[in-house]
Structure formats: C-alpha cells, structure tokens
Design a protein around this ligand. Structure first.
Ligand code: CA
Length: 373
C-alpha cells in the first residue's frame, strides 16, 4: 500500500468561528485516513507545513510505517520546528495514518495501540471563560454542565497572558463557590491558564488544597520551568502542565521540575506516536499523563482511543463540550451517553463522514508561498 494523495484542508464552520485544520491521506488501496492539527490561528501554519514540507516525503511512502514516517518528517525540516505548528502538522499526519492503518487491518485504533483497559470512558467537564464571570455566573455554568454527568469538573480562567495575579481573591472565591455547589468529595480541578506569579500561585494553590481540588493546572507561564519547580515544591496539590509542550524533551523538563501531571495534546504533539513516547516517559517517572484535548470531533476521538489504551489512567478524559456545529459532518456525532464516551469496534478512529456536508464546508489548502512544479 502506498500514499497517493495528501489533502490538507480547512473546515469552515461559519463566520467568526475558528476553522478546523484537517487532513486526509489517500492510498492506492482506495482507503483514506483522517487527521487533525491544533487549530491555533485556524491551523494555517500546520496546513502549510503539511502542503509544502511534508507532502513530497509522504507521497509513495507505505502508510503502515507510521513511526519511520514520523521520525523522517520530524528531522527533515526540524529547523522549521520542532515545536508549535510543526509538531501539530506531524500530529495531523500521524492521526490520519493510524486511522488508515486501522481501516487497512479492519481494527479500531485502540486495539492496535495494545488494547483498551476500558471502552466506556468517563470525562471531565472542561469549563472555560470563568475569569470574566461573576461567582454566581460560574456556578450557573457549572450546574448546566453537571447535567451531562461528568466525573469531574475543571474551571479554567483563560487568563490574559500579559497580566499576572489580576484577581487572586476573586479566583479563590469562585473556586470556593464551586466546591460548595458540588459538595465535598466531587473531583474538581482548577486551571489558571498561566495567570499567576509564583507567589500568587502558591496563595491560590493553598486555597485549592484546603478546598480539596485534585489538580492545579498551569499556575505560571508555561515557559518558566523554574517557576513551576518553585510552585510544585511549595504545594501538596498536584501541579499539572504540558498542553504547551510539543516535544518529548519539553515534557521531560516539566517532569524534572516536579510537575505531577503532564498534559500533552494529541493534535499538538505528534499524534499517537508522539504522545505514546510521552506516556512511556511519564510512566518511567511515576508521573500521571492526562492528555489535554479540546477539539470536539477528530481530536477528541483520537484522544479517547489513546486514553483507553493508556496504562494507569485513572483520571477522566477532557471534554470541552458538545459543538453541534461539527456534528453535521459525521454520521454519528461524538457524544457521551450517561457520562461516558463509548468506543466501538469500527476500524480506525471509527468516524464516518457525511461527505456532502463536509464538502459544503471544506476549503482546500492552497500553498501560497511555494508551489511545486
Ligand atoms: Ca489548560
């Protein structure tokens, strides 16, 4: 089997919305695989890297050789990366190749990864935008989410990354109100989105410890690894980070700094292949890996397959919420049932497209800076 066509494209979900950056990889066997890159700035940079840098190396390759392909692509143009959009482009290719591999073998990806510890996956509600809400508004939004039966709730503050410690007392008040709302014992997590100084983070972290939160996510700027070390050393609560790391070495730096939970993302870190290496690294150090993932269809499904096959995974999977707008391009929308996402035996990722609906929204990526002869 050989790769005959690589098709990076946007899916335009409508004016004002972030476009998705997807890819299809076609073969001479008539099969294709579907992948997704991180949608930062609509994934433009990743789509361009796929179109101009990766496609020439992919055409003619055997799609079953996913690891060789990833290592080759990673090193071929490494000076363009290896972080950010570059790693996300690798991720899109890798996810599509695993989908393709599953279809070629007639097996779901979770089985090819070694099998599933569980096929019904609990999730945690990942609730953003709480910095702008009042205490009462935060509680109302959490209440709405509880109707979906999450196993855990995470409140995110989506901070302005150019400010610090904007409202420590207000953030703590919201954390306390949510604890009162859900009652003692219900698992809660808190995500500052890089909003605090070391001192601010320690103050909030001590409040979260008192309130029984499970983890404290990205308390400081992601690139201040030494600050993570100080915060992690000062607090008993699990400190988590990693959604802004793209390489195995980046995750190792966080682990070395004392971060307790690492959160790399399958659409940013080289897909199943890249994330699998990070899982092995985390396991070697006894650190939990709880992947970050907020893309509602392909990214989310790929993440569920990964998490199902992950050894020692006792935390729920991230779920950023139903987005009806994306449901229409799939025969079966990706939704939880009674608090769980259920993985099927369908080959590959198990996602079936409504081709006509996708076609209406599909915008082929046309490389502007470079055209092959
Ligand atoms: Ca986060």
């Amino acid at each position: 089997m050989k790769i005959t066509r690589v098709e990076p494209f946007h899916v335009n979900w409508g004016a004002g919305r972030s476009r998705s950056a997807w890819i299809r990889i076609f073969t001479d066997a008539g099969l294709w695989g579907l992948g997704e890159a991180s949608p930062m700035m609509h994934g433009n940079a990743s789509l361009e890297i796929i179109a101009s840098a990766f496609t020439p190396a992919l055409l003619g390759a055997d799609p079953m050789e996913v690891r060789v392909i990833q290592d080759r692509l990673f090193h071929e143009h490494i000076k363009v990366g290896p972080e950010g959009a570059y790693a996300a482009a690798l991720a899109a290719v890798d996810i599509a190749l695993w989908d393709l591999k599953g279809k070629a073998l007639g097996q779901p990806v979770w089985k090819l990864l070694g099998g599933a510890w569980r096929r019904e996956l609990p999730f945690y509600a990942s609730i953003g935008g709480n910095g702008r809400r009042t205490v009462d508004e935060v509680c109302r939004v959490v209440e709405q989410w509880l109707e979906l039966d999450p196993a855990q709730v995470k409140i995110r503050f989506d901070a302005d990354k150019t400010t610090r410690d904007a409202d420590l007392a207000g953030d703590i008040a919201k954390a306390r109100a949510v604890r009162t709302l859900v009652g003692d014992g219900f698992p809660l997590a808190f995500d500052s989105n890089n909003g605090y100084s070391v001192q601010g983070a320690i103050r909030v972290g001590r409040a979260l410890e008192e309130l029984g939160y499970v983890w404290f996510e990205e308390p400081v700027q992601h690139y201040h690894v030494e600050s993570f070390a100080k915060v992690a050393a000062a607090l008993d609560i699990a400190v988590s980070a990693g959604e802004q790391e793209y390489t195995l070495q980046g995750i190792k730096r966080l682990i070395d700094a004392g971060v307790d939970i690492v959160q790399p993302d399958i659409v940013k870190t080289g897909g199943f292949t890249g994330l699998g290496d990070m899982a092995a690294l985390a396991r070697a150090y006894g650190v939990d890996l709880v992947p970050h993932q907020t893309q509602p269809s392909i990214g989310h499904t790929a993440n569920l397959h990964f998490v199902a096959a992950l050894t020692h995974s006792h935390h729920p999977a991230e779920y950023n919420g139903p987005r009806e707008i994306q449901d229409v391009v799939f025969k079966t929308p990706v939704r939880p049932t009674r608090g769980k996402f259920v993985l099927s035996d369908a080959p590959g990722l198990g996602l079936e497209l409504e081709e006509a609906e996708l076609k209406k929204r599909m915008v082929p990526w046309e490389s502007s800076a470079f055209r092959r002869e």
